[in-house]
Design a protein around this ligand. Sequence first.
Ligand code: ARG
Length: 460
Amino acid sequence: MAEKPWGGRFSGETDPRVEAFTESISFDHRLAAVDVRGSQAHARMLAEVGLLAGDERDAIVAELDRILEEITGGEFPFRTELEDVHMHIESALIERLGDVGRKLHTARSRNDQVSTDLKLYVRDGIDTIDGLLLELQRAFVARGKTDAGVILPAYTHLQRAQPVQATQYWLAYCEKFDRDRGRLADCRNRLNVSPLGGAALAGTSLPIDRKQTATELGFDAPAGNSLDISSDRDFLVEFTSALALVSVHLSGWAEEWILWCSTEFDMIILPDAYTTGSSIMPQKRNPDVLELIRGKSARVIAAANQLLVLLKGLPLAYNRDLQEDKIAVFDAIDTTVACLELAPAIVDTAQLNTDSITARLEEGFLDATALMEYLIRQQIPMRTAHETVGRLVARCESENRKLSDLTLEQFRDVHESIDESVFDVLGTANAVAILQSQGSGGPDAVNASLTHWRQALGMD
Ligand code: ARG
């Protein structure tokens, strides 16, 4: 019993099943590096305020380095009865340094310690994921340049709606992932106050310097309230929620391309490297990677939800329930990173099937809105113009024709203000060329966006 750092008030042994049930070392060993970083900052501060001697501090800092090396080298034995990463590291320190090791936990609790560890870990995670998102944005923007001039049918309700420059399509995803990066930056900003020194829940009577540890660990300031520190996991909800939205964006994109590479759409060709075959149907080339990107989003969305449910109804301050937070956070990070590591290569190497796209570009009345806006320019009220084009579309549909197949007389039958110039807006290419509002899918607006993004992402 004496071996457990909290063993003093116990005389009976812990049931081994309880040890197995309460342990977290099987997953929180991932915090070892940040735990050591936090402990070293804490030791330096303790020495600064006179709670540790200089040589005690040096011994602790050096031994912590050695322990971390052993952990990362896989030579450090984990034992269920030592519960978690914090107790493993502290126990090893005590084993090696005796009384000096027994001083490290002065003015600290595992409650402020684990929160500090998590914040450091999540901060690193945000930086990694931000870098991957930037790469993905660059991949989309690069396609915006390569596929300049290609026209795509764009959809609402998965029905052909209006045509856009392909560049507009690529840049749409760049915008989504940019908002994701913004959300992660907000989260990083808000979490960046130091829990260390909050101690168990009430702070401490010892003369610690919380500013020093905050500064050493790269936090902007110490967090304000010890009770809040002990219980706060908002940052994990914000982080996983931001990741959930990243996954939702990835999943929507994956779904779109799964449709687009079907025979029915035939709009995109995925390279062999990112497709797999069927064990029974020899002709198959399946978009499994995209399907798994879509499927794995469930795990990240679930992680955000899991944390909200975990926190709901917890009284102040720390409760052991919180130990479960790491499982969700680690899985959300791993899953997001795995998807983001593959996505840019798929974006780079997929090919728009321009033959098939172009061959069907005049189907589905993609120019109907352009015609309606032509009528508006001829002083016809919008609702009347809409109705008029609707009737023309219905007529063309029943006669299996395109709007551009109608003669000037047939147009003039529906409205006398229509003249030859109507043919300048008909057909998909014309319908795109006349789009001119800021942010539209027309050529000038799209070029302006492309220039903006290439500069913003350091691509020029
Ligand atoms: N392993 C614990 C966790 O992750 C560390 C904090 C334990 N605190 C306590 N008061 N038992 O939440």
